[in-house]
Design a protein around this ligand. Structure first.
Ligand code: ATP
Ligand code: MG
Length: 360
């Protein structure tokens, strides 16, 4: 079980110093606009993955009057994670008192998903976010994935460097092609297997949502090159195009998930609320798959759920989240909006956020 037992945040946005002990189930963070609710979720996300879900920049994350932000968590099993992000120095990340050079161990220990008002971007944005979504799931179930993906990216980067030469060295390109094909084959296999497990679970959950276009929705995994052709052949056939662009045009770095309704892209048909329902369901299905595959629950960070969702869908999404039995952090301005949408009597704790601190 991945559970945060204690969280301390210092100098993240308007949070000067905050300590709190969430419960293992539903934690509701409520308070006025600008009080710091999202910043608490952002701190958890930052600790768990190294990234904020609001900004790619470091500057706005650190409190404007401080030099460094610190986030610390003690997990249910006593393991501790500490992160400091400084304006001038490289970040410091520790897990069980050991310095970490990347987030791999922590991401495994503390799987975390965010549902917020930008969730629809997963459908509307470019393929990168959908690849990241897919790879998040693959990463947790297939341990060799990280290494194969690293090899893939390295092969593509080296190949691209060669392609940019005025007179590219074809022998060297062919050598990187072989390495790329080996690693890409493994990446594709892992993604495809994961997608096969994910799809029925997702469609089943999606069918329970109000206003879901479940009968007409089709979802495909596009591996990034022609389904009927070996990548090795594609790389040879497209070499002159790749040389013109100075970049490899086909491969697992171009993989995507395609969502279609009839002949159109789902994003061109679905309303904003319907897009959020679809994306929320995707993330819930992913959390569910994770807990089925590993003895581990995903922590869900739910920021401002009510916006653009009707009551039935709020209730459906919250019920799914609660029934998974993992730890959830939900923010809201008015607590009644969330309490109205919670069915059954899940064990919950409420925390009032005010000017960057928790007051009750
Ligand atoms: N780098 C920073 N330094 C200091 N304060 C900041 C910084 N970045 C943002 N803030 C302030 O931090 C506060 C926290 O914002 P946050 O988004 O967490 O609020 P919220 O409670 O989620 O509000 P809402 O209900 O509007 O979503 C805001 O008042 C914002 O102006
Ligand atoms: Mg907010």
């Amino acid at each position: 079980m991945s559970i945060i037992e204690k969280l301390s945040v210092t100098a993240v946005r308007n949070i000067e110093g905050l300590d709190f002990e969430p419960i293992p189930t539903v934690n509701i963070l409520h308070g006025e606009n600008g009080s710091g609710k999202t910043s608490i979720l952002e701190s958890i996300h930052l600790l768990a993955s190294g990234r904020s879900f609001r900004t790619s920049k470091l500057e706005p994350l650190i409190n404007s009057e401080q030099e460094q932000a610190v986030v610390f968590a003690r997990l249910g099993d006593g393991k501790e994670i500490g992160l400091s992000k400084s304006r001038r120095q490289k970040h410091q990340l520790k897990f069980r008192a050991e310095k970490q050079s990347n987030w791999e161990n922590i991401a495994r220990e503390l799987p975390c998903q965010i549902l917020d008002s930008n969730s629809f971007l997963l459908l509307e944005g470019g393929p990168k976010s959908r690849r990241q979504f897919l790879d998040w799931g693959v990463f947790h179930v297939e341990h060799s994935f990280v290494e194969n993906w690293r090899r893939t990216k390295k092969s593509i980067a080296n190949r691209n460097l060669l392609l940019k030469h005025r007179t590219p060295d074809l022998r060297q390109i062919a050598a990187w092609d072989s390495e790329l094909c080996l690693a890409a084959g493994e990446v594709d296999k892992a993604r495809e297997q994961y997608f096969k497990a994910f799809l029925p679970l997702f469609l089943e959950l999606y069918g329970k949502m109000n206003g879901a276009e479940v009968d007409s929705l089709e979802v495909d995994y596009d591996r990034g090159w022609d389904t009927d052709t070996d990548l090795a052949d594609v790389l040879v056939d497209n070499r002159s195009i790749d040389m013109r662009y100075g970049a490899t045009q086909s491969g697992p770095h171009r993989a995507d998930l395609n969502f279609r309704i009839g002949r159109s892209r789902a994003v061109d048909i679905l309303s904003r609320g319907q897009q959020k329902i679809l994306v929320s369901t995707m993330k819930i299905a992913q959390g569910l798959l994770l807990s089925q595959a590993l003895d581990r629950n995903c922590i869900f960070l739910v920021d401002d759920l009510p916006s653009e969702l009707d009551r039935d869908n709020r209730t459906a999404i919250l019920s799914q989240l609660v029934s998974m039995g993992g730890q959830i952090f939900i923010t809201c301005v008015e607590i009644s909006g969330i309490l109205d949408s919670l069915v059954g009597e899940p064990k919950l704790a409420t925390f009032h956020v005010e000017r960057g601190t928790i007051t009750a």
